[in-house]
Ligand binder design. Structure first.
Ligand SMILES: Cc1cc2nc3c(=O)[nH]c(=O)nc-3n(C[C@H](O)[C@H](O)[C@H](O)COP(=O)(O)OP(=O)(O)OC[C@H]3O[C@@H](n4cnc5c(N)ncnc54)[C@H](O)[C@@H]3O)c2cc1C
Length: 219
């Protein structure tokens, strides 16, 4: 069971995978990346929209038009001035993760695939925009760029944390465009990562259906 991006699977299985599979895996298209910030915040973020102070997850963006523009630019390889930011306030559900009035806040922005710039300021500007006064409360910032994310886990090629551009074909048929996207064409070797249906966000299901594909061939 190869729980990796197709290009990584092509490298690991170079000696066993059929040529057509390796070529298909190398052609697999990756999507936008993430740029991650971990913040230590004095007393939590002072969101102007007060219910957001009690939310575990906050989508920091703006109007629909603004969000669509940011995502369109990112998909074209351009870094937006106001990126879409997804932010987690884990202390809301687990107060024990804060200490001495300091709470951790984790967030990431959508950035272009393989983005090499620093998105820290753009993220902090977005947070300050909707939580005025937040900068004064942030006592520490740790950043992980798209490249750092890939270095930590080579599965996230170019910082693409959802393993592949979710075009209808890639989402439904995987990298080889097959009805059984889990089979690689090599006996006993299967792909079970977020690159195969149902993809990222349905944690564990890729592995479950890949295992069923393997069991069908054994019986
Ligand atoms: C900061 C961040 C936030 C996220 N937030 C969310 C979220 O809110 N909701 C959501 O649904 N998803 C989220 N995701 C995405 C989610 O983590 C992935 O979709 C999911 O982990 C993919 O699962 P996977 O099994 O395909 O791969 P992974 O979980 O990445 O597992 C692949 C494993 O293979 C190993 N590996 C890679 N290359 C090799 C190699 N050459 N040899 C041996 N081992 C190797 C890796 O070390 C890793 O252990 C987030 C990801 C990140 C980084």
């Amino acid at each position: 069971m190869l729980d990796t991006a197709p290009s990584v699977a092509a490298r690991i299985g170079a000696h066993v995978l059929p040529d057509a599979t390796r070529r298909a895996y190398q052609r697999f298209r990756h999507g936008p990346a993430a740029f991650q910030l971990a913040l230590a915040v004095e007393g939590g973020l002072p969101w102007a929209y007060r219910p957001a102070r009690r939310a575990g997850t906050v989508h920091v963006s703006g109007s629909y038009a603004e969000t669509a523009l940011a995502e369109r630019l990112v998909s074209r390889g351009q870094m937006p001035e106001r990126p879409f930011v997804l932010l987690g306030q884990q202390h809301v559900a687990d107060p024990a993760c804060g200490r001495d009035g300091l709470v951790p806040v984790d967030c990431y922005a959508h950035v272009p695939e393989g983005y090499t710039g620093d998105a820290t300021e753009a993220i902090l500007r977005q947070v300050e925009r909707f939580a005025p006064g937040s900068r004064a409360r942030i006592v520490a910032v740790a950043a992980r760029s798209a490249r750092d994310i890939e270095r930590c886990n080579p599965n996230f090629v170019g910082g693409d944390i959802v393993t592949g551009l979710k075009t209808p074909t890639q989402l439904l048929l995987g990298p080889r465009k097959r009805l059984d996207p889990y089979a690689t064409g090599a006996p006993g070797v299967y792909l079970c990562s977020a690159a195969v249906p149902p993809g990222a966000g349905a944690h564990g299901v890729g592995g479950h259906v890949a295992a069923r594909s393997a069991l069908r061939r054994l019986s």
